[in-house]
Design a protein around this ligand. Structure first.
Ligand SMILES: C[S@@+](CC[C@H](N)C(=O)[O-])C[C@H]1O[C@@H](n2cnc3c(N)ncnc32)[C@H](O)[C@@H]1O
Ligand code: SF4
Ligand code: SF4
Length: 386
C-alpha cells in the first residue's frame, strides 16, 4: 500500500487532541522534573501493558502508561496514564525517580505531539540464542506470547488513529527474537511499504528476506549483536553454534548498502584485545560500515545482578574497538548505556583524549549530569530534614 493512503479516523484524532490539550494546560510553561522520552512519546508494547520507554536506568524498571488490549490504544487512557507519571515524577518517589534521564526541564507551552515518535515491541518471546547477558524475560512470558502475534493489526489501528505516522514514527523490534515471530516478514514488508521506518534488533541467526528488502529500501536500521571476534568466544557469549550463519547473514545485509549496525556488548568474557580486534577485522571482511560499542547493562546500572562490575580491561576493549574501527574506515559509536565518565576514561585509554569523542556518538551527557545532581541534592535534603 502506498504511503499516505490510510484513512485517518478524525474522531480519534480529535479525542487525542482533547486530552493532549489538558496535559499541555497542566504542565506547559512550567519547570518540572521530566524525561524527554515521555514528551516525544516512545511507548513500549509489552504483554497487556504499554510502558513509557525502553531506557529505564533504575531498579524500579519502566513505568506503565496504561493497560493495552490489542489492537486499540485509547487516547484517554494513554494520556491519563502519562499525566499520572508526570505528576508522580514531581515527588520524591515517582515512577521515574532515580532514573538518570529524569532532569529539570522547562516545558514548552504546547508539548504533547499528535503521534508517537517510536513504538517498540516487547510482547513476544522465544529465541534461537541464549546470550549470557540477556535478562531472560523472553523465556518467562506466558505461552500466548510465543512469537505468534500479528503486529500488522496493531499498526493498521495506530495508522488509522494517526498515532503512527509514516515519516514521523519508527517501529523498534525488541524481544525475544523478532525474526522468529511467524508474521515478522509480512509485518516488516507492510511497514516498509507504508513508509514507516524500523529499527530491527536481531540475533542474525535466521536470515530474513524482509530485513534484506527493508535495508535495500532504506526503511530500516538493523542491529546484530555479535559480541565476539572468534567462533570460540561467540559460543561462550551467545551459547549457540551459529556463529558462521550470523556472519553470512551480516554479509548479505551489508551488501545492500543499507543501515546495518554490528554491535559488541563488552563484558569480562569477551574483552581481550585480540578478541575485539578480531571482531573489527571480521566486520571489515563482511563489509560492515557501522559498529555500536555497547556494554553489559548489568555491570553499569543498578540492576541487582551478579554480573562482574566493569574494570579497566573492558574500558580498554572499548577503546581498542573504537581505534581499530576508525583505522579501517568503519564508523564506531557508543551506546547510551555508557556513562559520560566511562566515555571519558575510554577516550583517555584509547589516546583519543577527554572530550574528543564526538557528541553524536554518546548518550545525553549534560542531562545525565544534571539528573545526578538533582538526586544528590534530594538525598542531602532528605538527610537534613531527618
Ligand atoms: C533483548 S534483545 C532482543 C532482540 C534480539 N533478540 C537481539 O538480541 O538483538 C534487544 C537488545 O538488547 C540488547 N541486550 C540484551 N541484554 C543486554 C545487556 N545485558 N546489556 C546490554 N544490551 C543488552 C541486545 O543486544 C539487543 O540489541
Ligand atoms: S526517566 Fe527513565 S524510566 Fe522514566 S521514561 Fe525516562 S528513561 Fe524511562
Ligand atoms: S538474541 Fe536477543 S533475546 Fe535472544 S538471548 Fe540474545 S539478547 Fe536475548
Amino acid at each position: 500500500m502506498a504511503v499516505g493512503s490510510f484513512g485517518v479516523n478524525e474522531t480519534a484524532v480529535r479525542e487525542w487532541r482533547h486530552h493532549a490539550d489538558r496535559l499541555d494546560e497542566e504542565f506547559g510553561g512550567r519547570e518540572i522534573l521530566h524525561c524527554h522520552l515521555l514528551t516525544i512519546l516512545t511507548p513500549a508494547v509489552t504483554p497487556g501493558k504499554l510502558k513509557a520507554c525502553c531506557s529505564a536506568t533504575h531498579s524500579k524498571g519502566t513505568p506503565m502508561i496504561c493497560r493495552y488490549e490489542q489492537p486499540c490504544v485509547s487516547p484517554e487512557e494513554f494520556l491519563t496514564g502519562l499525566a499520572d507519571i508526570m505528576r508522580g515524577n514531581q515527588t520524591d518517589d515517582g515512577p521515574c525517580t532515580a532514573c538518570r534521564y529524569l532532569v529539570p526541564t522547562q516545558m514548552p507551552e504546547k508539548f504533547v505531539p499528535d503521534s508517537f515518535s517510536s513504538v517498540s515491541l516487547h510482547d513476544f518471546c522465544g529465541c534461537n540464542s541464549k546470550c549470557v547477558y540477556c535478562h531472560g524475560s523472553e523465556y518467562r512470558l506466558p505461552v500466548e506470547y510465543v512469537a505468534s502475534q500479528d503486529h500488522e493489526i496493531l499498526f493498521r489501528s495506530l495508522l488509522a488513529s494517526g498515532l503512527l505516522k509514516p515519516g514521523a514514527t519508527t517501529v523498534a523490534w525488541g524481544g525475544g527474537e523478532p525474526s522468529l515471530v511467524t508474521t515478522f516478514d509480512n509485518t516488516v514488508d507492510f511497514l516498509s511499504s507504508s513508509g514507516v521506518s524500523e529499527t530491527i534488533n536481531t540475533s542474525g541467526i535466521r536470515f530474513s528476506p524482509a530485513i534484506e528488502r527493508a535495508l535495500e529500501a532504506r526503511m530500516a536500521t538493523v542491529r546484530v549483536s555479535v559480541d565476539s571476534g572468534t567462533n570460540e568466544i561467540y559460543e561462550k557469549v551467545k551459547r549457540n553454534p551459529n556463529c558462521d550463519a550470523v556472519w553470512s547473514a551480516i554479509e548479505r545485509y551489508a551488501a545492500t548498502g543499507g543501515d546495518l549496525v554490528v554491535k559488541y556488548i563488552i563484558l569480562s568474557l569477551n574483552s581481550d584485545t585480540a578478541e575485539v580486534e578480531a571482531f573489527v577485522d571480521r566486520c571489515v571482511m563482511a563489509g560492515v560500515t557501522r559498529i555500536c560499542i555497547s556494554v553489559d547493562v548489568r555491570s553499569v546500572w543498578e540492576h541487582h545482578s551478579n554480573a562482574p562490575k566493569l574494570t579497566d580491561k573492558e574500558l580498554a576493549a572499548a577503546a581498542a574497538i573504537y581505534n581499530r574501527a576508525k583505522a579501517n574506515g568503519i564508523e564506531p559509536y557508543f551506546e547510551e548505556i555508557w556513562s559520560p565518565e566511562h566515555i571519558e576514561s575510554i577516550g583517555r585509554l584509547g589516546g583519543f583524549g577527554v572530550g574528543m569523542v564526538p557528541e553524536s556518538t554518546v548518550g545525553p551527557t549534560a542531562e545525565s549530569r544534571s539528573g545526578l545532581l538533582v538526586r544528590v541534592l534530594r538525598r542531602i535534603k532528605r538527610a537534613v530534614s531527618n
